[in-house]
Ligand binder design. Structure first.
Ligand code: SF4
Length: 178
């Protein structure tokens, strides 16, 4: 196990005192920088900066960041959720570290695609089958990892196969863990 102990800090951001949203920081006793390329290879949509020894990841509207001695998460609803999310992130790090022999580490610094780059490849018929009012809203959700390409039925038809292939290269550039 890489991380077996940490100190947890929970707080509301000082720039928004009294705000309902919480942030959490786990202060680690060990340096986890070696696991970052493995997380980069396995967390969908992660953005790794090798020079800065930092990896950021957006999931479910939450922002998370992994640093050598720190894991941080923001946009959390309450203390309980903050504790659960941090525990989940710690488990992810430990599981990735334990499975590292089966993972090809990825040192590439990916750029998150812009909503407009994704939007240009979507059908642009605003049919709402994905649950979003417009294709551009869907593109915004894709960038935030809140929807998947498979949520757009027209994109899965032969007519849009070329575009789907291009989008898969932009959006799905790594398999997700678990
Ligand atoms: S299902 Fe696809 S085509 Fe329809 S609105 Fe959503 S993104 Fe656009």
């Amino acid at each position: 196990m890489l991380i077996d102990d940490y100190d947890l800090e929970l707080f509301t951001p000082p720039c928004h005192p009294g705000e309902e949203k919480w942030s959490a920081i786990a202060r680690l006793k060990v340096d986890i920088s070696e696991v970052l390329p493995y997380l980069n290879a396995t967390l969908r949509g992660a953005v790794y900066n090798q020079a800065a020894q930092a990896l950021t990841w957006k999931k479910g509207g939450r922002n998370t960041a992994f640093h050598p001695y720190k894991i941080a998460a923001s946009n959390l609803n309450d203390r309980t959720e903050a504790e659960q999310i941090i525990q989940g992130l710690i488990k992810t790090v430990n599981r990735t570290w334990e499975n590292r022999a089966e993972i090809e580490p990825n040192f590439e610094q990916r750029q998150r695609p812009t909503p407009m780059a994704l939007f240009k490849l979507l059908p642009n018929i605003n049919c709402r089958q994905c649950g979003q009012p417009t294709c551009f809203t869907f593109a915004l959700k894709l960038v935030a990892n809140q929807q998947k390409l498979e949520d757009c039925p027209p994109l899965l038809t032969p007519e849009y196969l070329d575009r789907l292939t291009q989008l898969q290269e932009l959006v799905i550039d790594a398999p997700a863990i678990g």
